[in-house]
Design a protein around this ligand. Structure first.
Ligand SMILES: [Zn+2]
Ligand SMILES: [Zn+2]
Ligand SMILES: [Zn+2]
Length: 322
């Protein structure tokens, strides 16, 4: 059986398991779905591997060898270990596969990993999210890059079920996002982190603010998936930390200081240096600027000084010593 047949079968089995709506089968459904999607991408890597390279693009380890016929250097796959998600993404990217939203694959991997460590009943909504992500990935990938129409390879029944689940999930997600967008967030950085807001209990993106008119730490959330209620600090802390990590990454590449630091109060990396306030718990340093020269204090100075910058403190110490 070809790798493509394996991929299709795995996705079909995943969807059959979902149909049963039985908790234990949901688990195997997500495993199969995820495995199937990965196989689709691996199939492309297999196809792109040069002849006689022992499927080099699929292998974690690739070594140079001399082709006995031509005497030229060729890259050959070694061992049994095959590429994992980040290699798959890297390789397909450099091979010119465009138009696939890899964030969806990362999110799918996240759901797959979560279910392995999840002990209480798995909310069915997480399964729906996995199906919706898979469908979007299949749509973006199959026809443009495999020259296959999804409905033709997966079969009408499997495809229709995926479509109907996705339609419902996407509508729920859109309604949650409309709700979250209507909240008056205390900082622009929290609004920018909206796509990373998830239920702290089940990690579902289907959360809504209970009172969209509430302010700051009075904002609470209700999960549409597992029905648990959560606090502003837990949702915003996690989301802002993730979104600021990429902001800080870009700043570092340009030689700039990070825009956030670890908050001494809540431990999230969400203390907005410019605002001198934590986006998660609203902790503020007593001093953000030097009392004497009014220069912005560094994080160290905010933590340990009595409101003076190192320069002024030095000058003062020297003066006192004279
Ligand atoms: Zn939840
Ligand atoms: Zn804090
Ligand atoms: Zn100063």
């Amino acid at each position: 059986m070809s790798m493509l047949d394996n991929a299709i079968q795995s996705i079909q089995i995943g969807m059959e398991d979902f149909h049963e709506e039985d908790e234990r089968r949901v688990l195997s459904a997500i495993r199969n779905l995820y495995a199937g999607i990965l196989l689709l991408f691996k199939y492309k890597l297999q196809q792109l591997s040069p002849d006689g390279s022992d499927e080099a693009l699929l292998k974690t380890k690739v070594l140079p060898a001399i082709d006995p016929a031509s005497g030229e250097v060729v890259w050959v796959g070694k061992g049994k270990k095959t590429v994992e998600v980040h290699d798959i993404i890297d390789r397909l990217n450099t091979l010119g596969v465009r138009g696939v939203d890899w964030k969806l694959l990362n999110a799918l991997q996240g759901i797959r990993n979560d279910i392995e460590h999840y002990f209480s009943p798995l909310p069915i909504e997480r399964m729906k999210e996995a199906i919706a992500n898979s469908l979007h990935l299949i749509t973006q990938f199959c026809e443009p890059h495999l020259d296959e129409r999804p409905v033709e390879i997966l079969g009408q029944e499997c495809w229709d079920l995926m479509l109907s689940v996705t339609t419902v999930f996407d509508a729920e997600l859109a309604s949650c996002q409309t709700n979250l967008r209507s909240v008056e967030w205390p900082f622009q950085e929290v609004l920018d982190a909206m796509d990373h807001m998830v239920c702290p209990e089940c990690k579902s993106r289907l959360i809504k603010a209970v009172e969209p008119t509430a302010h700051r730490d009075a904002i609470t959330f209700m999960c549409q998936s597992c029905q648990s209620e959560s606090l502003y600090i837990d949702v915003a802390g996690h989301a802002v930390e993730i979104s600021m990590a990429s902001v800080n990454h870009w700043r570092a590449r340009q030689g700039d200081e990070p825009a956030t630091c670890i908050c001494p109060e809540c431990s999230y990396d969400t203390l907005l240096v410019h605002e001198n306030e934590c986006a998660a718990c609203f902790f503020e340093f007593e001093y953000a600027h030097c009392e004497w020269c009014e220069e912005a204090l560094s994080i160290e100075e905010r933590l340990y000084s009595e409101g003076t910058c190192g320069y002024c403190q030095n000058r003062y110490d020297r003066m006192m010593a004279e």
